[in-house]
Ligand binder design. Sequence first.
Ligand code: HEC
Ligand code: HEC
Ligand code: HEC
Ligand code: HEC
Ligand code: HEC
Ligand code: HEC
Ligand code: HEC
Length: 392
Amino acid sequence: MQYVKSSLRLYRLAKSAFNSYQISTPGIALWMSVLSAALLAVAGCQHSANVAPVAQPGPPPLVANMYVGNAACVECHKAECDVHSTSRHSYTLHILDPVRPTDVDPPRGAIPHTGFSVDTFAGDYVITPANDMSRMQPLVFAFGSGKIGITYASPNGPQSLLEIHKTWFPHDHRWETTLGQETTRDDVPGHNRADGRQCLLCHTVTVTDGSMLPEAKFLGVGCESCHGPAGAHINAIHARSGDIAIERLGKWDATRINNLCGRCHGTVATIASQRDQQLTYRFQPIGLMRSRCFLNGGHSLSCITCHDPHTDADRTDRHYEAVCLRCHAASATNNSGVAVTKANVICPVNPRNGCITCHMPGRQAVPNSGVTYRMADHRIAIYPAETRTSRR
Ligand code: HEC
Ligand code: HEC
Ligand code: HEC
Ligand code: HEC
Ligand code: HEC
Ligand code: HEC
Ligand code: HEC
């Protein structure tokens, strides 16, 4: 994936975003007349200078003017950049462009069980009520890489997104109700998310204060989503200073790493509802840190024990079983070199393989829907046979 997108695309984005602010003011003439103002918006991104910033429970805190974007790392960290650029992290937010479609574009035509259709108009995807083009809304953002579902949205005010009612599941080739929109009426295109800025902050590196228009170089989860702003690091390297001015995450302990990933993937500190905390397939850090492997294993198990942070999750069970067997085998020591407490518990059912299906079973990504994708339950535990489901 290319890191730097053309300024034409930014212009289009600003155009769409600006126009969607006119949500209560139908009319294509107006749409066209605000174009020149939209150009100013591109320059300044100053829609809401007087709006107080909202609380940010999940995403990383922002540090002004220090983020530089992935492209600035390539010359010195090419290996990390190459693998990361093809990962779902880097693809998790797209700006739609019907002229250059990708595999996360919405299918055109009626959205079942709503009064709306997806169409194109003046170079944008739009969502329109049947037979009433004057009430169209542009679709600007595609959230999600397409592995599970893709939710379409557009800026709808200084902090808000219009998130459409149905989410597209390309593998099942169907629209399903967007999580949290179970009560949305069929005569509106979707729901106004007053916390829309939060969506952007977890699916981009950063968004300028007061703007709902992420710069192209910050789309997706980038290097600095985990490593923090790296402007000072690059300056330090050029100045040949002794301090590289960036954290070495490899030196962090497991709890700290889990909380770093958990800023987006969820921890008990960021997921307030007790009920949602049970979704240990969705909020992996909560699940992992509730496992006895973590609690009784010297708090040594982290996301990067099993996952390379720069690439997608490995799809073979063997990869993960090898991790289990580091501790659950005859002469195991855990990955920090400390012998496992209650020494080396070995599975009485199958001490060699199949660990994941039985102890990290698949859970339907969208319960009670036609969505087939199953996510791995990250609470490693003993489950009753009837709830053990393979992920594929
Ligand atoms: C001009 C070259 C240069 C650029 C550009 C650069 N780095 Fe570095 N980076 C280095 C050097 C040199 C080190 C130190 C390597 C060492 O001591 O192991 C380093 C170290 C790091 C480390 C610590 C590695 C560790 O051992 O844990 C991280 C993280 C890092 N860089 C991230 C980034 C990111 C993210 C970017 C882009 C925003 C970036 N760097 C841009 C040269 C560069
Ligand atoms: C800034 C937010 C953010 C941070 C921080 C973050 N992630 Fe993610 N992660 C995401 C999003 C968003 C996705 C969904 C990607 C998609 O659309 O498929 C994701 C997806 C993933 C996936 C699934 C990729 C696949 O194979 O389908 C893994 C694994 C993952 N993250 C691991 C990690 C780990 C490990 C860390 C910490 C080192 C981490 N993430 C930190 C936001 C984040
Ligand atoms: C606290 C950070 C955070 C916020 C806020 C957030 N997301 Fe995500 N989002 C994630 C992570 C992490 C994933 C990856 C889930 C996984 O694969 O485990 C994800 C995945 C997704 C996906 C892929 C489909 C799926 O079910 O995994 C879509 C679509 C999505 N988010 C849309 C949104 C929208 C729309 C909003 C705002 C209403 C939003 N997200 C807010 C972190 C966040
Ligand atoms: C999802 C979080 C995440 C993202 C995104 C990410 N990193 Fe890392 N990176 C880490 C973690 C965690 C480590 C420590 C890995 C370890 O010690 O095994 C790390 C390690 C490194 C290192 C040290 C060498 C190594 O591989 O251990 C460098 C250099 C680095 N990252 C650069 C980058 C660059 C450049 C990008 C963007 C192209 C990037 N990272 C994106 C989390 C991330
Ligand atoms: C860092 C070492 C470590 C790793 C890696 C590890 N475990 Fe564990 N696991 C433990 C410890 C320690 C216990 C608790 C033993 C005790 O106190 O009885 C445990 C307990 C368990 C239990 C019993 C859980 C319960 O609630 O009774 C199961 C099942 C299990 N592990 C499966 C796995 C599987 C499957 C994997 C790989 C996906 C894995 N473990 C990886 C250390 C580890
Ligand atoms: C003991 C190994 C292990 C650890 C530790 C682990 N994971 Fe996973 N993870 C898995 C397995 C197995 C899968 C399923 C991979 C597949 O699709 O085949 C997975 C998949 C994922 C996915 C993709 C969602 C899905 O199920 O398709 C995300 C996101 C993820 N892990 C995040 C995390 C985060 C964040 C952490 C740290 C809190 C973490 N994982 C720690 C084993 C682990
Ligand atoms: C067919 C399902 C299945 C497979 C495959 C399987 N297990 Fe188990 N495992 C179980 C069940 C069921 C128990 C509980 C047995 C009991 O309490 O009698 C268990 C118990 C355990 C325990 C706790 C033992 C104790 O004494 O507390 C550990 C640890 C464990 N399994 C690890 C693993 C690992 C590691 C693998 C892969 C090498 C694995 N299991 C493969 C079903 C399975």
